[in-house]
Design a protein around this ligand. Sequence first.
Ligand code: C2O
Length: 546
Amino acid sequence: AKVHYHDFVVQATPVKRLCKTQNAITVNGMFPGPTLEVNNGDTLVVNVVNRAKYNVTIHWHGVRQIRTGWADGPEFVTQCPIRPGGSYTYRFTIQGQEGTLWWHAHSSWLRATVYGALIIHPRAGDSYPFQQPKRETALLLGEWWNADPIAVVRQATRTGAAPNVSDAYTINGQPGDLYNCSSKDTLVVPVDSGETNLLRVVNSALNQQLFFKIANHKLTVVGADASYVKPFTTTVLMLGPGQTTDVLITANQAPARYYIAARAYASAQGAPFDNTTTTAILEYKSAPCPAKGSTIKPVMPTMPAFNDTATATAFTSSFRSPRKVQVPTKIDHNLFFTAGLGLKNCPPGASNSTCQGPNGTRFTASMNNISFVLPSSYSLLQVHQQRIQGVFTTDFPANPPVTFDYTGNVSRSLWQPVPGTKLYKLRYGETVQVVLQGTNIFTSENHPIHLHGYDFYIIAEGFGNFNPSRDTSKFNLVDPPLRNTASLPVGGWTVIRFVADNPGVWLLHCHLDVHIGWGLATAFLVENGIGELETLEAAPADLPAC
Ligand code: C2O
């Protein structure tokens, strides 16, 4: 196994998009940032130097970080942020994961421009468990704001309203030729007739689930979140932020130019979203050159409607592991966590102009009615290791404090989220089931729920309220998919299982950044086991202090 050394310099860089130049925060002046390529079993050593004006951390999304929790990256969870002028070296080994992951800033909304692909090839000497592709291309779907994304979120936090939606979606940082001033930079993906290629699709958008299609071509899904899946063929993908999907595509159509397109799957009722379409071009090398001055566009796929939940669900429920897997069956912690938005009243005495949420209220979000608050002068992992008192408690409830018809016509006054820094404690090796239940308290919406430090099996999903006596019969304990981000269906539930075999503090959160800020998160504290290999490594000497 190899050790790969990289330097990441976080800095402001002029980036021109949508007819306007903006000083965006980038890594090494690149947008999107550098692609890291490794083999399963390799070690990454990434020295991050912060030359920007904002605090920053980098998270290696989906990397298990077994015993190396100090390298996970979420600010105030596993480390204090790297201050302007500071640096920190992340060191970790890829253990047993193959496929596509990605890295991104985990500090405010910096990940809008600070992200890149992390490609994990099979162990040196191994090949893919599917047809060897001729070429490979990573396609990172993103969102672009004409304003500084940090200013966008700060403004929203001040007013309590929802932040502005993005001005464009992007593929590898480019909006594509349906947007102004963007056509000459549209990404072109070349293919030769007859070849089969691997596309590694990542949803790195901040707040938007996306449908993805390529005109006239079928896609064979072979992996997701750096685990292989039982191959299945589809014409459309749906990815929540954080999720990755690897697909094979065979160039078996007439030699021409075809659009690769992504646009919103906006499951929330009435919430504003960016309804534009981002494009790249799949170009057959033998396609006749367009005549000079020709305005003929590539073939456009028919995209699903923005609210096409049937298509989204048909896709997310098609995933299986390639073979029988060992799903834990004896469960030590049977948990039921609600996930949803809510409103909090404006503070007493606040004027209506400072309370611009609907009806003079402010948006918030919670799990089991607790709106997660990050500490600001410690990291949770440091607090746990050094036994510092009074920063967090471990009484996150195993069940919601009140039971009701979560997906019915719920009164907003039913519960008002309580801010808190509450973790749920697990002992090394314990088995966990979490029923994630969406709620309709403010609006009902898909939530891409991401767990740090683990992959989990998604054993079932459905609509309405989870009902144990009816729904346990739907559990797939044979070949469920292994993921790190589950797309909790709009007005529905998802059941996940995992073994707590990685000590540390691990965030569980909605990967829509607007919802993290509102508190749709909690964390598992997993205690060390008794063996040396069951214990968190010592904190690195250069771990940033608060
Ligand atoms: Cu991809 Cu907590 O994040």
